[in-house]
Ligand binder design. Sequence first.
Ligand SMILES: Cc1cc2nc3c(=O)[nH]c(=O)nc-3n(C[C@H](O)[C@H](O)[C@H](O)COP(=O)(O)O)c2cc1C
Length: 192
Amino acid sequence: MINVAIIIGSTRPGRNGEAVARWIHDLAARRDDARFELVDLKDFGLPHLDEALPPAMGHRDLPHTRKWAGKVASFDAYVFVTPEYNHSISGALKNAIDFLYGEWHNKAAGFVGYGSVGGTRAVEHLRLIMGELKVACVGSQVALFLGSDFENFSTFKPAAHRVHAATEMLDEVVAWGGAMKGLREGATPART
Ligand SMILES: Cc1cc2nc3c(=O)[nH]c(=O)nc-3n(C[C@H](O)[C@H](O)[C@H](O)COP(=O)(O)O)c2cc1C
């Protein structure tokens, strides 16, 4: 069985991201085909990238880097719950991604975006970033609209049909996460 992280991509006080991530986690926890864990960037207290050497060189010298690297490496797949800030992801999420390199490789990812148009532009950026990190991004995604899936743009009340979108996305993440695990374990020739 694979391990899937549900990553909260916002660290802002009063963030909407936590309620969205808990909703996805509650849906995921009813499944018996994977293990799901909420991963909150706030718990890692990452500063702006402060490692002397580029992450691609493989050094993980600082304690906060090691803690984050160990957590990310322990998963087979990720569900990114991302806000849209100025048509992209948050600086906090980009920084957390940039801290690491091989830990992301040959894994799978799905996306839950939220914003005035469902966080779709942020997710498009995140798909490009994941491509550079050799992550297989599933096609289905969840797009939550501030004007209709939240009351007063702040109280999360998702439309009923969002559950269907979330289930499709989770189905694909579990399937592709398993396939990528096979690739990492050598079932399929992989180059890293
Ligand atoms: C710095 C900043 C920039 C934003 N830019 C956008 C944007 O470009 N497009 C959009 O749809 N929403 C934008 N928003 C609205 C956010 O998507 C919305 O506030 C969301 O709840 C932020 O996620 P969070 O509450 O989890 O931090 C922006 C919000 C912030 C704080």
